[in-house]
Write a protein that binds this ligand. Structure first.
Ligand code: IPM
Ligand code: MG
Length: 360
């Protein structure tokens, strides 16, 4: 039976990078007999323009019916002034939460060819291979109540709520331990347990889950220290597990260790490994439409999709190898360009990956 993939290019550079990822996916489909079928729809600002909401019910239904979702990026200045309830980002949060995609895997791997592109010294980042496991459907992103109001004295005030239940913490902690188990068996749980009640529960529950993983070395770190350690000595980390907002921030930070956020893919999985795959970067409205965005994070998201949702490790490995070969050839988009390499645009980069994959 064929596998259905719903493709949501989104906004900004989303459609440009997705066009390249789709080329790579189509070739992989032929080469490895994946038997995948693609269909397309809108999410974010593009959906606001088409359907009046950032995630239409029919799109959500198609996403539920699909075997996997491939997403570009959402948001942009065009929709900055609209009703906050239909901001493009709300469509992204809604699809994550409605599909139950609580486990967000964000690997930060340094391709040796890009050691020069990192802002850190090559010896600090050489060989870097970190996996950030971010809780994606709870915490302050979704906590109720949240509101903006005017106080009796006329001053405006706003607040958000940061809730975590035991079961939410337990299931993401398990993903962290499971991932560590098949890697280097080190898990660092990141929290703010010196201040936040939700973090104190987080730490206690992670400790309980640890009892089932005696082979994994667990450590805890406060998020401020973790942010510092990531730029001081990032290679001390193997897998990091953390809450929704801390994971958002730390994964952007970790991405820069690898040279560019334009290189980082991600997988968001539900309890049955059904997933949505997207680059970690945003819609980059400042460079949208110029054909210069880096499509590699989206191409690598395709490889994560084949690996995690479709169990096609061979095809996933091949795509990763093709990306590596293109970097060997010295091809670079602007974000990873350095002296002595060849600057190319989005489509040329995608075509080069297609060619490298074809000739493997
Ligand atoms: C991410 C993004 C999103 C998030 C935004 C666009 C809502 O920053 O995927 O990291 O904060 O989760
Ligand atoms: Mg983010």
């Amino acid at each position: 039976m064929s596998k259905q993939i719903l493709v949501l290019p989104g906004d900004g550079i989303g459609p440009e990078i997705m066009a390249e990822a789709v080329k790579v996916l189509r070739l992989a489909n032929d080469k490895f007999d994946l038997n995948v079928e693609l269909s397309f729809d809108e999410l974010g600002g593009a959906a606001v323009d088409k359907y009046g909401v950032p995630l239409a019910d029919e799109t959500l239904a198609r996403a539920r019916a699909a075997d996997a979702v491939l997403l570009g990026a959402v948001g942009g200045p065009k929709w900055d002034k609209i009703d906050p309830a239909i901001r493009p980002e709300r469509g992204l949060l809604k699809i994550r939460s409605q599909l139950g995609l609580f486990a967000n895997l964000r690997p930060a791997i340094l391709y040796p060819q890009l050691a020069d592109a990192s802002s850190l010294k090559p010896e600090v980042v050489a060989g870097l291979d970190i996996l950030i496991v971010r809780e994606l459907t709870g915490g302050i992103y979704f906590g109720q109540p949240r509101e903006t109001k005017v106080l009796d004295n006329g001053e405006r005030m706003a607040y958000d709520t940061l809730p975590y239940s035991e079961s939410e913490i337990r299931r993401i902690a398990k993903v962290g331990f499971d991932m560590a188990r098949v890697r280097n068996k080190k898990l660092c749980s990141v929290d703010k347990a010196n201040v936040l009640a939700s973090s104190q529960l987080w730490r206690a529950v992670v400790e309980e889950v640890a009892k089932d993983y005696p082979d994994v070395e667990l450590s805890h770190m406060y998020v401020d220290n973790a942010a510092m350690q990531l730029v001081r000595a990032p290679k001390q980390f193997d897998v990091m597990v953390t809450d929704n907002m801390f994971g958002d921030i730390l994964s952007d930070e970790a991405s820069m260790l690898t040279g560019s956020i334009g290189m980082l893919p991600s997988a968001s999985l539900d309890a049955n490994n059904k997933g949505m795959y997207e680059p970690c970067h945003g819609s980059a409205p400042d460079i949208a439409g110029q054909g210069i965005a880096n499509p590699l994070a989206t191409i690598l998201s395709v490889s994560m999709m084949l690996r995690y949702s479709f169990n096609q490790a061979q095809a996933a490995d091949a795509i990763e190898l093709a990306v590596s070969k293109v970097l060997d050839q010295g091809l670079r988009t602007g974000d990873i360009h350095s002296v002595g390499t060849t600057r190319v645009g989005t489509a040329a980069m995608g075509d080069a990956v297609v060619e490298a994959l074809r000739s493997l």
